[in-house]
Design a protein around this ligand. Structure first.
Ligand code: NAG
Ligand code: NAG
Ligand code: NAG
Ligand code: NAG
Ligand code: NAG
Ligand code: NAG
Ligand code: NAG
Length: 677
């Protein structure tokens, strides 16, 4: 029985690894992509070498006037043919500097080759000792995919949009009489989503060959990047790119999607309604199960866990500074069953996976040490957190994180794949998240366009589900204590995963409150009772959740927030100010204005303000938040939020005035929402 359970678990893990590696093999790194021919080489200072230098000289000088050029240099056997093309709507200055970079890169990556090509971000450069002009060449196409995936309900619509934009663009590029053989189209395929596509052939190609090259590129894109929201195909004779954002400065011709939309809309709406209904039902029963403490599947694993842990480390003492020694003693060697639960990954594999912790693999610097990207020998991509060896504090966080997170399994919590303790080295190995942390996408003026309203809502929902799980999972009550945008990681579907459990604490008893002398957390997310008195509870996490929610919908950081009006010095007080003036919609991140509906937005502002109230008891619990997010509460029955913490003291003047002038009528929810419409 036990055996078959373990066996099925192994099979599951293998499947997981398999699908992981299949998925990730096609993720291209960023350009340049050199391709060097091994056929023949030239010697330094030979006359071929001189021809090549002359060629590069005339190509790069021409690149200051033209975005495509082909020419040759040298005589007879030392003749070398060369060609460059700058992509799409790049300016001539960018084109010129791209070609200079490319001519250096191509010599660096393909030294002494008589034939080579290099693709850069904005251009490609190719030379050869044989004449390749006006000849189609589709060998060695390179694909680069956008790591964001198409949302399943949008797939059909996206594919239709892709078909129509690409086929129209190819037609234009091929048959357009202008010599640049380039075309770019965009189509709005959902109310808030637009697809941008661009195709281009090298200017020496015949129309038929251009068509063939682009058709092959389209096939390449559909095989490499079937589920991606964007792709680039680099070919020797042509170039293709599509994304759901404007990557080329607005030079796209708008086209319309053909009829049959209305039928589609009905279908999409029906599917949406049905799945929303199912989701609500499922969630309802999930919450119910949690309450009844009968999460059957997890229950089994957990009992084993408790068996293991209760013998060695008391739960309340989980942050034992000697814990890593304990982990090492118990889980490194031998015991297979424990190894199943606590996968120990040896130091040599981690060194191999991260290329000896090379600089180029560093993803970032966390509070307790750097994080590296790596690839295990089976192809699984991983993120490795390496704890600074000297810090005693780090050791505590390490044990805490291993013991805690291994007991937790939820789709909105980051998964620990294994750990390693070896001498001074303490390493945590996580699944790799291709879309990085939320703050990177959210606070970047171009990347935030990929986070439309529905994605933001689903991110908020995911975080709420993860927090609900932490707070209300059976007899353990876990307080994260450091919830913030940089601790939310995004997987390839942009589903959020809460990470960084180094500061998390288990609290016992029904009140779930505790205190600490050592404050940990992040300025701007810390609840007042925690920041001032060191008291933490589930409600201090709720406070951080509220701050995070407001950041997600406004696209602004709470810490470091500045408003031109100078009345508000934090996002919270600014939100409170606009809420009271009945102008909460003005908080909306301009980049979701198209995809958002004001009612939903107001609901989120409301929820955010409820979470950041100064009095912890007044803040809702995660389960109440979940219900509100699912639309369970009538707006007419909502209580008004109280003033947020920190809005006083910082912005005294404003609050004083405002509180005095508030009338009860202005505070009733329904009239507030109407005023905003
Ligand atoms: C040329 O040889 C190198 C190493 O020998 C290899 O990595 C590369 O792929 C070869 N290039 C081509 C185009 O075959
Ligand atoms: C090529 O010529 C340069 C300058 O004339 C010289 O410095 C260099 O050593 C030569 N290289 C070879 C391999 O002959
Ligand atoms: C372009 O290259 C040709 C040689 O192929 C050269 O004669 C011409 O002057 C170059 N044009 C510019 C603008 O540099
Ligand atoms: C678009 O769809 C049509 C028929 O559904 C197909 O024949 C055509 O190859 C597709 N074009 C592209 C560019 O995918
Ligand atoms: C692109 O398509 C060509 C022709 O079907 C194929 O030979 C090549 O391997 C494909 N390349 C990629 C990167 O998918
Ligand atoms: C793309 O994915 C869809 C759904 O996952 C599948 O039905 C289709 O066959 C795939 N197309 C290609 C070219 O792989
Ligand atoms: C690039 O796009 C901008 C904005 O549409 C346009 O003004 C400009 O002319 C385009 N440049 C080229 C080289 O096509």
């Amino acid at each position: 029985m036990l055996f078959s359970q373990n066996a099925s678990k192994i099979i599951f893990l293998l499947l997981l690894y398999y699908s992981f590696s299949r998925l990730l093999n096609i993720v291209g790194a960023d350009p340049p992509y050199p391709l060097c021919s091994n056929h023949s080489r030239y010697a330094d200072n030979s006359s071929f070498h001189h021809s090549l230098n002359n060629l590069f000289y005339s190509l790069s000088s021409n690149s200051s006037v033209s975005k495509f050029y082909n020419t040759y240099a040298g005589n007879n056997l030392d003749r070398v043919y060369g060609l460059y093309m700058c992509f799409g709507n790049t300016t001539i200055e960018v084109c010129n500097s791209c070609i200079s970079t490319a001519s250096q890169d191509i010599l660096k990556h393909c030294p002494n080759r008589k034939e080579a090509i290099i693709w850069e971000e904005h251009c490609q450069l190719r030379y050869s000792n044989t004449n390749f002009f006006s000849t189609l060449d589709i060998i060695g196409n390179q694909a680069q995919r956008n790591s964001m995936n198409i949302l399943e309900p949008e797939r059909r619509r996206f594919k239709d949009a892709l078909n129509i934009t690409l086929s129209r663009a190819v037609k234009d590029a091929v048959y357009d009489p202008s010599p640049d053989m380039y075309a770019a189209k965009k189509v709005r395929y959902l109310k808030s989503e637009t697809l941008y596509a661009q195709v281009q052939c090298t200017g020496d190609l015949l129309a038929n060959d251009c068509n063939t090259c682009l058709q092959i590129a389209i096939n390449n894109a559909s095989s490499c990047c079937n589920s991606s929201l964007g792709a680039r195909i680099y070919s020797k004779s042509c170039y293709l790119r599509y994304e759901v954002y404007d990557f080329d400065g607005g030079a796209f011709e708008e086209i319309q999607m053909t009829a049959k939309n209305s039928k589609w809309k009905i279908w999409v709406t029906m599917i949406f309604v049905v799945s929303a209904f199912l989701a609500v039902t499922l969630l309802g029963s999930f919450v119910y199960c949690l309450k009844m403490k009968i999460v059957s599947h997890r229950g089994k694993t957990k009992i084993r866990w408790e068996d293991i842990i209760s013998q060695e480390v008391p739960l309340h003492n989980i942050a034992d500074p000697n814990g890593s020694e304990f982990l090492y003693q118990n889980f490194k060697a031998g015991d297979e069953q424990k190894a199943m639960e606590f996968p120990y990954i040896d130091l040599a594999s981690i060194h191999a996976a991260t290329d000896n912790f090379s600089e180029s693999n560093m993803l970032g610097q966390g509070g307790f040490g750097p994080v590296y990207k790596g690839k295990l020998s089976d192809g699984t991509e991983i993120a490795v957190k390496r704890l600074s060896s000297c810090s005693h504090q780090g050791s505590e966080e390490f044990t805490n994180e291993v013991l805690l997170i291994m007991k937790l399994q939820h789709k909105n919590l980051v998964r620990l794949l294994g750990f390693c303790v070896d001498g001074e080295e303490k390493l945590l190995v996580y699944e790799y998240m291709p879309n990085g942390s939320l703050d990177v996408s959210l606070f970047d003026s171009t990347k935030c366009a990929q986070l439309n309203w529905s994605r933001r809502l689903s991110i908020i929902n995911g975080i709420a589900k993860g927090m609900l799980y932490l707070h209300e999972d059976s007899r353990l009550k876990i307080i994260h204590r450091d919830l913030k945008a940089s601790n939310i990681l995004l997987d390839s579907n942009m589903d959020p995963k809460i990470s960084d459990f180094g500061m998390a604490r288990i609290v016992e008893g029904s009140e779930g409150e505790a205190s600490t002398c050592r404050l940990v957390g992040t300025y701007g997310y810390m609840a007042p009772e925690y920041a001032m008195e060191g008291l933490y509870s589930v409600k201090s996490d709720v406070f951080s959740f509220g701050v995070l929610l407001l950041e997600i919908i406004t696209g602004k950081r709470n810490a470091g927030f500045h408003d031109q009006s100078k009345l508000s010095h934090s996002l919270l007080s600014y939100a409170w100010q606009l809420w009271n003036e009945g102008k909460a919609v003005e908080l909306m991140d301009p980049s979701v204005a198209e995809s958002c509906c004001p009612d939903e937005f107001i609901k989120c502002v409301y929820l955010g303000l409820m979470c950041v109230q100064e009095d912890a008891c007044e803040r809702p619990t995660m389960s109440a938040i979940m219900l509100m997010l699912e639309g369970g509460t009538e707006s007419s029955t909502l209580r008004q939020p109280d003033r947020p913490a920190f809005s006083w003291g910082i912005s005294n003047e404003y609050d004083q005035i405002n509180i005095d002038s508030l009338s009860f009528d202005r505070l009733t929810g329904s009239s507030d929402i109407k005023a905003n419409e």
